[in-house]
Design a protein around this ligand. Structure first.
Ligand SMILES: [Fe+2]
Length: 302
């Protein structure tokens, strides 16, 4: 049955409380949802949304598809298209369009984001003493047969397939070593951290064959690569960071410095008191990250 067309207010992710309790932000898991039938994801609505991005260069990315998953993320050709141009030419080439933070451009997406996030918070039993420092959504539209290279992100994500097929390969965060993670946190590369695909433990890989109505949860730092096959694909995701996830990142950046000095730092979570000390120390040291972050954003065209 198609979802009600009344957009937000009726949207939901079907999250199994037991699986959620066991795996949230630890291991990837799949779920179903009813977002595909919502008005705001229909073609006319998405095309009208794309027009609103025209003068907001920081809020979109248009790229060509990567030839294979192991290539360097930003070696993939950037396309000098606006999102609306790319949507109009989807069938003629291999394109990936990312429209960031649609909630800032269409208030229906704000309502949708708030509603879905509330479902996650309720299942978590509230936020406790954590505060949300970033919550945002994104829409991905890809031509047939495109690949998004292997990388990980520092945020917790819920990814929903709206239309078309997508094969989503996501590994447990355990597939990335502490030393690998640390080097990204010290450099402040907070949106795309690319690591090598070769040599990852295949037992830690989850493959989700996504189609309309299916989705997956991606823990923070879970590396992934994504491919589309036959049809145009439309996906929606929302991500968030909290004071706790950010502090964990600062602990890792501290550990990076310690490792460089020849020490063997304990991973976050092993000694919470020490984690707090490390995270606090890096509040002072961290400005070096800003320089690196600025450079990374420049490469990303943001
Ligand atoms: Fe990603």
């Amino acid at each position: 049955m198609k979802a009600p067309m009344g957009d937000a207010g009726n949207s939901h992710l079907n999250l199994d409380p037991q699986i959620f309790g066991e795996s949230f932000d630890r291991e990837p898991f799949g779920f179903t949802h009813n977002l595909s039938g919502l008005d705001l994801f229909q073609n006319d609505s998405l095309r009208a949304l794309a027009d609103k991005y025209h003068d907001h260069k920081k809020d979109y990315y248009v790229g060509a598809g990567a030839p294979e998953p192991g290539v360097k993320f930003y070696s993939v050709k950037h396309v000098d298209y606006k999102p609306a141009d790319a949507l109009d030419n989807m069938e003629k080439g291999s394109y990936r369009v990312l429209m960031k933070r649609p909630e800032n451009h269409d208030k229906r997406f704000r309502a949708l984001l708030d509603e879905l996030f509330q479902q996650v918070v309720d299942l978590r039993g509230g936020l406790g003493d954590e505060r949300v420092v970033r919550l945002e959504s994104a829409i991905f539209v890809s031509s047939a047969a495109t690949t998004t290279p292997f990388h990980f992100d520092p945020e917790i994500a819920f990814f929903c397939q709206i239309a078309g097929d997508k094969i989503y390969h996501v590994y447990s965060p355990r597939a990335v070593t502490e030393a690998e993670m640390e080097q990204f946190y010290i450099r402040g590369v907070v949106d795309i951290a690319q690591v090598d695909l070769a040599g990852r433990d295949p037992k830690l890989e989850h493959v989700f064959n996504l189609k309309a109505g299916k989705g997956l949860h991606q823990p923070q730092n879970a590396p992934h690569w994504v491919e589309t096959r036959g049809d145009r694909s439309i996906s929606f995701s929302f991500v968030f960071e909290t004071t706790a996830t950010r502090a964990k990142g600062r602990t890792r950046s501290f550990n990076h410095v310690a490792r460089k000095l020849g020490l063997k730092p304990t991973a976050p979570g092993a000694t919470p008191v020490l984690d707090t000390v490390k995270a606090s120390a890096m509040r002072v040291v961290i400005p070096a990250r800003k320089v690196a972050g600025k450079a990374a954003r420049k490469v990303a065209g943001k």
